[in-house]
Design a protein. Structure first.
Ligand SMILES: N[C@@H](CCC[C@H](N)C(=O)O)C(=O)O
Length: 304
């Protein structure tokens, strides 16, 4: 057998999806074996040499009773994370489309806790994102007592930021205009600020009125994305705690609009938005033994 054949690994089936342009490679790890090292995830996430995605979503059998699936999330940098709101909607659409379930209400175990997803008949998905965590130690955020707004020095500037966990850590800054907000410069500085020991997703929130806001998010481990579901939830929580937003807010992200509802302290945050399938594909993973070679890709386009 040739060297080439010896180094070929298994074929991996995947689906490319997006939620408002926050894009995902989704893998069914129930019907096929699947395990990837972080460097392989980074290669696949590459938009020039790989499949290209913000996050990899992996569907696994549940590890808890009364839960339908386990859903694992990996950022483009290969780090495994706790929560992904846009991903949760795509996950719900994926398990229905792949006939892994026929339920319309799905309970899912994530590293950030159990969440509930409801598939609408119009293609939208309603996600119960759970109760936001505001205690600094649980976010995690390094501060003394809990506050609505924390002063923070970054890159020679004094800023005011809210800190919220939606299962994953978020910092939220109020800005006058998202179009001119310093997302590319402040985003990476704040993502890795020592006050966030697990790094954080950084939202730049412009409030239009109590029911409308605009948002850009510099995501931990992926950079700025066209939309961030958990970021939209964290931003509404932060804006409401500051007394500037109401219970139901339409959040305009670069990739489209999400509706977020939060009744207030102790209540879960509800998020509603679309989930779109772009195409299905398969690729051959490299084998275990060196030398590593280029993968071959094949894909077939599907309707949304
Ligand atoms: N795009 C996501 C969030 C994905 C994870 C995030 N980058 C993190 O590291 O916590 C969303 O829609 O919520």
């Amino acid at each position: 057998m040739s060297q080439q054949k010896c180094n070929q690994g298994p074929v991996l089936r995947f689906t490319k999806m997006h939620g408002l342009g926050n894009d995902f490679m989704v893998v069914d790890a129930i019907s096929q074996p699947f395990r990837l090292r972080p460097e392989m995830i980074r290669e696949l996430a590459d938009r020039h040499f790989g499949v290209g995605f913000d996050q990899l979503l992996v569907v696994e059998p549940p590890g808890l009773p009364e839960v339908d699936f386990r859903y694992r999330i990996f950022n483009a940098d290969g780090s495994e994370v706790e929560q992904c709101g846009n991903g949760a909607r795509c996950f719900a659409r994926f398990v229905r489309d792949q006939r892994l379930t026929n339920k319309r209400v799905i309970r899912v175990q994530t590293a950030g806790g159990v969440i509930e997803l409801k598939l609408g008949r119009d293609g939208s998905v309603l996600v119960n994102m759970g109760v936001p965590e505001l205690e600094p130690t649980a976010i995690p955020f390094q501060a003394g007592a809990r506050q609505t707004v924390y002063p923070l020095d970054v890159a020679g500037q004094s800023l005011e930021l809210s800190a919220v966990s939606m299962g994953n850590p978020h910092g939220v800054l109020l800005v006058e205009n998202v179009d001119t907000a310093p997302v590319e410069t402040l985003g990476p500085e704040l993502e890795r600020h020592p006050a966030f020991p697990a790094r954080a997703n950084i939202g730049f929130l412009q409030i239009i009125d109590e029911g409308h806001a605009r948002l850009r998010v510099f995501e931990r481990g992926s950079g700025e994305t066209l939309a961030c579901g958990s970021g939209a939830c964290a931003a509404v929580v932060a804006g409401r705690l500051r007394g500037r937003l109401g219970k139901r807010v339409e959040v305009e992200l670069r990739g489209g609009r999400l509706v977020i509802e939060w009744q207030g302290e102790g209540a879960p945050v509800m998020m509603e938005g679309p989930a779109v399938t772009v195409f299905e594909g398969q690729l051959r993973l490299p084998g275990d033994s060196p030398p590593r070679r280029r993968r071959s890709h094949r894909s077939t386009r599907n309707g949304a």
